[in-house]
Design a protein around this ligand. Structure first.
Ligand SMILES: C[S@@+](CC[C@H](N)C(=O)[O-])C[C@H]1O[C@@H](n2cnc3c(N)ncnc32)[C@H](O)[C@@H]1O
Length: 369
């Protein structure tokens, strides 16, 4: 069983003393995902509210943080997300792969990293307009990696694609000082996030084969350890949380951090991954895109939860000046859930989109059908 994190005090929900080593442990580092919560939150909630044998659900699972922790703690777990990239990441973090095939793939990357010119694909075309986003040598290396990954099939192919996807923005011409992929006005620009250093997209060192090799090596080791430790089974499912019941699954504990009402545009944020991997964009089903639909949509999810859940529901939600967090809490209460605990978290390390959010609440409800 994994070591308890530094913030072991049950009344301290700030987890301010944690570093990347703890928050990115196990398979959590595989891919960035905006507004993912730190694994210590679902972990503690599972330890507090799940009994042996209980199934754990996250209806807005994002990149699968809850699923990873539930499986590590021995619980079967399932989660839904409307975003196919999120589901692929959660799958890469939890599903078994063919390690022998991965090792052979990494050996090939090793060879290609030494002599890239021999391994580049003929074509540099990744998607419509990709020439603007990737330098020719980089695009041809990415294409070669994708072509080769296609022969792996199933979870192993997905694993490689997720590893590549996490590196795409850093290998592209996009400005390094913007979270949203944005092209600079010229190939040479100042990176405002990193001491105004000069970046030259035409000449900077980008060995895509070497970068992907290192990423896959680390991921492969982490997945082996995860699979050796995790006795629970994880099922990440591409599905709309407003229709949870149609999956005919149940759970005894649900933990979730819902999408925000201030239009988190995951498609734009991950546009290079979507286009390079040819993923279908979630579009209108994404909750939070239109402020006026937010509360009715959340109401629909809460309603579905009352039908699949017999136990507890932990809602992790940021404080908002207009009281939306309280409205979501009240939706749970009006649907018969009973508030059993409220924990407050002070946020020290704030994500760019939520600079106004200073506190987060963890509302724990009892939920009986
Ligand atoms: C705040 S993030 C959750 C992050 C997650 N806790 C993690 O650690 O990765 C909210 C998620 O809700 C998803 N989402 C938005 N609308 C949805 C819907 N209708 N059904 C299911 N998931 C949805 C988004 O794609 C996003 O991944």
């Amino acid at each position: 069983m994994a070591r308890q994190t530094v913030s072991a005090r049950r009344d301290d929900w700030d987890f301010a003393d944690l570093g990347m080593k703890e928050t990115q442990a196990s398979t959590h580092f595989f891919h960035h995902w905006t507004a993912k919560f730190i694994p210590q939150i679902p972990r503690r909630l599972i330890e507090m509210y799940a009994r042996p044998g209980d199934v754990v659900l996250d209806p807005f699972m994002g990149c699968g943080t809850t699923l990873v922790e539930a499986a590590r703690l021995g619980h079967d777990t399932w989660g839904t997300d409307i975003n196919p990239l999120a589901v692929n990441i959660a799958r890469a973090k939890t599903a078994g792969i063919r390690h022998k095939a991965l090792t052979e793939f990494i050996d090939w990357l090793d060879e290609a990293a030494e002599r890239p010119e021999r391994h580049l694909a003929q074509s540099r075309h990744l998607f419509e307009g990709s020439d603007e986003w990737f330098r020719e040598d980089v695009a041809r290396a990415i294409k070669a990696i994708l072509n080769r990954a296609r022969h792996l099939g199933g979870n192993t192919r997905n694993f490689v694609e997720v590893g590549l996807s996490d590196l795409l923005k850093g290998m592209s011409n996009a400005r390094m000082d913007r979270t949203m992929p944005t092209l600079p006005s010229s190939a040479r620009y100042r990176d405002k996030k990193h001491y105004y250093r000069l970046v030259n997209n035409e000449t900077r060192e980008i060995n895509a084969f070497a970068r992907v090799r290192s990423q896959l090596r680390r991921m492969g080791r982490a997945l082996r350890e995860f699979r050796a430790e995790a006795t629970g089974r994880a099922a990440p499912i591409l599905h709309d949380a407003r229709r949870l019941r149609s999956l005919r699954r149940s759970a005894q504990l649900a933990i979730t951090s819902p999408p925000y009402w201030s239009a988190q545009n995951y498609q734009k944020l991950h546009s290079l991954s979507f286009r390079t991997l040819g993923l279908k964009e979630p579009g209108r089903g994404e909750i939070g895109r239109r402020a006026r639909d937010y509360l009715p949509d959340m109401g629909a999810v809460v309603e579905q939860l009352t039908q699949v859940l017999d136990g507890h529901f932990a809602l992790v939600i940021g404080e908002s000046r207009d009281g939306v967090h309280e409205s979501v809490r009240d939706q749970c209460l009006s649907r018969g859930m009973e508030l059993v605990e409220t924990f407050t978290r002070r946020l020290s390390n704030q994500a760019f989109f939520a600079k106004a959010v200073k506190r987060e609440f963890v509302y724990v409800f009892g939920c009986r059908p």
